[in-house]
Design a protein around this ligand. Sequence first.
Ligand SMILES: [Cu+2]
Length: 634
Amino acid sequence: MEIGKAESSAVPGRWFIAAGVFVAAVLTLLAVANGARAEILKTEVLPGGVQRTTYRIGPVDVTPGQNRIAYRPIEGASRPAVDGWITRIKPDLVYEDGSIPDSSKVMFHHGVWINLSTNEQFYATGEEKTILDLPEGFGYRYKTDEGWLLNDMIHNLTPQAMKLYFEYTLDFIPDTAAEAAGIVRARPIWMDVQNGSIYPVFDVWRDSGGDDGEFTYPEDATNPYPPGNQKNVKSIPANGMLIATTGHVHTGGLSTDLYLRRDGATYQGPNCPDRISYEDELKPLQQKNDSLVARINKLKQKNAKMTRTQQKIRRSMKNRQSRSKAKSLIKDIKRRKKSNSKTIAMVNRLRAKNKIQLDKVKAMDKAERERDAACRGTQPSVDDGNRVHLFKSTADYFDPRGPISWDMAMVSTDNDWRVRVKAGDKLELQTTYETKRASWPESMGINIVYWVRDSAYAAAANAPDPYVTNVAQKGVLNHGHLKENEDYGGETGKNGSKLVGPDPTKLPDGPETGGPFTISGFSYNQGDFRLPGSAGRPPVVPQGQSFTFKLSDSDITNEVWHSITSCAAPCNKSTGISYPIPNGEVQFESGQMGPGKAPTVGYTQWSTPSDLKKGTYTFFCRIHPLMRGAFRVK
Ligand SMILES: [Cu+2]
């Protein structure tokens, strides 16, 4: 059933639910504190006493090129009106007509739902639009008198202002439903490799981390944390069990890994006996088989050759004399063929006999390998003393170009994932990024882990102990490919019709100056090769000098932040979610320039490295990838 479009027939007053399947529409409109209006779009009734309701928050006035963090209360008609249990949350960002903007234009960079009363960040979503779906029988406690806050960040990649709405679809079991009595209270634990930061990011540089082309944070980082502040670790406050988790990474991200440490704990899993090897039996049998097959083929070739000779002789029969001679020749060939065929049959019997033995040993080998794999699959993975692996949340990229865009979904835990935890256990999070394709500045690694306490659910004591049982299952894909993630970019077009500008490496020299170049109007000005004629020619400096870029006053006032990020030349193909990426041959990166706090780096002027070799360098803006520039060192 489609969710998210207003279904007309507005009934004034409160929303209601009709018995049966589906109901109602844009009903209550209510002004929230910041002047934005909230509304309920529609509600349907699902089995198990669940009401599925889509709420809207907005409109949000999105300014040109914005990439800012904002807080807004979620109250009134943009959340349930009665106490109950939340079992699922699905996010979206929409235009007024309910349509979803392309990710290449604007992105729901992140949204964190905060319960101010319990001080819990109970739901988070990023560009990948992860859905929270708690296992059946568990719910997040909801009370109408608790304060909710949305920490959101809308990233407008374009110079166009927009009016957008947050939408989120809640599965909710009101306390009045009979099923509510059986729901077990689940609580969130916020795991984050940069926990405690307002904007928990770190940078990943191309070719860093090791030969495997992967960088794991914090493991591969130098001094990732201040002394005594292991940001990626959190203690479990009470005995209980974990029930669900999903990771969050940015483009280039491959996975998050959740671990647990328990003081004094050791591996308690099954001992798998060494696998029996059948190599010594298999090898001679296989060799014998191969040589017999080769022999059969050779004999068959011999037969075929004799047949060809026979045919040749038949064709050459002309007169009576040669005919009788030929006849005797053919007779001789026939005799030899018969004998050869007998040999083939004999070798075939040998091969068949050998094959029976070969297949028998092969089957034993296969069974032994399967037994061994099954046993090892039940072994917990314990490393670094007492650290046990709980779950790998993989980033599954639908983008045919690979792990370089938002066209992906994370892998979530299965519905039956359960992990026994004890008070004082420590959860630990790591995240891994690819480092062969590009650099990935401003990366994240986050998991919200849902758990229940023994006090809410005595059966939690029976959950599998992670040191005894391997709990790290494969997991399930959080959602499928999304239609808004198809504007990949990176196209040249017919006769270059889709290029955003000429190949800057072939343009004549621009003025001899290192700037400063003022960034304004979504252009690097003289540094921007999309500009026509001489205005787009790359500026030039002698080797040893650098180029300086600065934000214009109006961009500072309007909070339009920019970066100077190297991309592979010519970097002039069409803009999309997979192009450009930070893959310049020489890596340079200004950071997200802007004054003040995160998400900016706190400065508004930046200079390129002064040790660049001679050549033309291309760059783009990570915040507004339509912006492209070039400069030349001579
Ligand atoms: Cu920009």
